[in-house]
Design a binder for this molecule. Structure first.
Ligand SMILES: *[C@@H]1O[C@H](CO)[C@@H](O)[C@H](O)[C@H]1NC(C)=O
Ligand SMILES: *[C@@H]1O[C@H](CO)[C@@H](O)[C@H](O)[C@H]1NC(C)=O
Length: 476
């Protein structure tokens, strides 16, 4: 018995994306933009392109254009034997970024009963014993420099495949290189960032760092982006199935990379929602511990590496502009990097906290009225936006398609801006105009949305269903 007769019911607070053709989509969006301008509503006119939330999805799931996170599946009736190629595996206490994502996902899939074999190297690039925990097996295959030795990894893979054939192979980006992927028919790749998006961000960085074209010629990275993109479009066809982490990346893979729609799937990232929770008392304590005045009118916060391409020059300028007219507004800066010193120059309303322990992060988010993410890198989806939303905080982020199409879907969840100082300053002014009580209301909407879409459990369940479907195991 497979899951064929199970109904794919949408989760209670989500709705289904019902239109497949990108042409119809463009027309709908076009019309929607008119409605948006002429109808005085707070939210996007969802009914135009979202069907009723009670609707059930009935077609072939491979044709689904909405994120798999929206579907509610019961426990899987079949277990998969899954091979995973990943650049690194975390061996330290506090994994970051990609490692944290890989650890969360494969631990969850193994816990659901699937036999998972990860071919990778330890994140600290030192020798470690392979890991065998229940049905999770991590095989380390390093070369002398500590990165993955592909031939070695493939040897171990073949041995394991001989002992019992894998149902499917999953690679995190190009961890399984394309010339080897060609030899593996049942392979799905997850793209965490694609060159089309990188080109988009390099363009903005160029315009921002060289507004009047005084510097000679565009920056090298921008010049290199187009050949890299052409190259990428060519080799992507070596992989059979593609998973991407935002709706907009899915559209690009179909419309620009010309991949068959039935081979493109969207699975949004999820974070551990037991670690990131709404806890106002902890937030108040955090404010007090870090010297935020009790009469602060509004507290904003930013977290991550304090470097140029994370948009700190923008925030620095915009915040110095608004703080002149709004002396009660505070900014908490978590993280380290060259821009930490500059922020410290902005006076007593800016608190530079340095890097926070993972256990302090949730308290930090809870101390805020709004979480600000000024990033100039649209590739991938920043987990911090999702973490802040789980803590019940609205977010302020650039209007990159990956963000507006998958995270800050409408103004009920926060604010977006074009990546330039004027637009950013206007958005900050809007936040201040709305004030703490409106922000709190938006924060609760964020929390509800995050729980319905961005949890580690939702992500694991979406991967499970997607891979079962691709392996042909969702049918009897
Ligand atoms: C990679 O592994 C193969 C054996 O599988 C070995 O012959 C080769 O020397 C290794 N390469 C490096 C750079 O460690
Ligand atoms: C907040 O209170 C302090 C004294 O505790 C005072 O100096 C300051 O001007 C007040 N700020 C605002 C924005 O009211």
């Amino acid at each position: 018995m497979g899951l064929k007769h199970q109904s794919y019911k949408t989760s209670s607070s989500s709705k289904l994306f019902s239109i497949r053709s990108s042409t119809i989509l463009s027309i709908t969006l076009f019309l929607a933009s008119f409605v948006y301008f002429f109808v005085p509503v707070q939210h996007f006119p969802e009914p135009l392109f979202w069907v009723d939330q009670e609707a059930r999805f009935t077609g072939d799931l491979r044709d689904a254009k909405f994120p798999w996170n929206k579907l509610c599946f019961g426990p899987a009736s079949e277990n998969l034997k899954l091979a995973v190629f990943s650049k690194t595996w975390p061996v330290l206490a506090a994994p970051g970024g990609m490692e944290r994502h890989a650890f969360t996902l494969y631990t969850a899939l193994a816990a659901r009963g699937h036999e998972i074999h990860v071919f990778t190297v330890p994140s600290d690039r030192r020798p470690h014993q392979d890991i065998h925990q229940g049905s999770l097996h991590v095989h380390f295959a390093a070369n002398d420099h500590g990165s993955v030795n592909c031939s070695l990894a493939f040897d171990i893979f073949n041995k394991e495949n001989m002992a019992g054939a894998f149902d499917y192979v999953h690679t995190e980006s190009v961890s399984l290189p394309y010339w080897r992927a060609k030899m593996v028919p049942k392979v799905a790749v997850t793209w965490h960032g694609i060159w089309y998006e990188i080109m988009h961000s390099k363009l903005f960085q160029e315009l921002l760092s060289n507004p009047n074209g005084q510097l000679p010629g565009p920056m090298t990275e921008l010049q290199e982006a187009m050949p890299r993109l052409v190259d990428e479009i060519r080799f992507f066809t070596s992989y059979t199935q593609h998973i991407c982490i935002s709706n907009s990346a899915g559209e690009i893979l179909i419309n620009i990379y010309h991949l068959p729609p039935k081979n493109v799937h969207v699975i949004l990232n999820g974070v551990d929602d037991t670690k990131f929770v709404h806890y106002p008392e902890a937030g108040a304590q955090f404010r007090q511990n870090h010297g935020v005045s009790a009469n602060a009118s509004l507290v904003m916060g930013v977290a991550g590496r304090l470097v140029r391409d994370k948009g700190h020059p923008l925030l620095y300028e915009a915040f110095s502009a608004i703080s002149k007219h709004h002396p009660g507004v505070f900014l908490l800066v978590a993280g380290s990097g060259p821009w930490g010193k500059r922020y410290a120059e902005l006076g007593p309303n800016v608190k530079v906290l340095g890097p926070l322990e993972p256990s302090e992060l949730s308290e930090f988010y809870n101390a805020l009225d709004v979480f600000v993410n000024p990033t100039l890198r649209p590739q991938g989806l920043d987990l911090t936006l999702m973490e802040a939303m789980h803590c019940g905080k609205p977010v302020l982020a650039p209007n990159f398609p990956s963000i507006t199409g998958s995270v800050v879907l409408n103004e009920g969840f926060g604010y977006t801006f074009s990546p330039n100082v004027e637009s950013f300053t206007e958005a900050l002014e809007a936040v201040i105009r709305d004030g703490p009580s409106v922000l709190q209301r938006k924060g609760m909407a964020c929390k509800k949305h995050a729980i319905s879409m961005f949890t580690a459990a939702k992500m694991a369940s979406a991967y499970e269903s997607c891979l079962l479907q691709l392996a042909g195991r969702l049918v009897e």
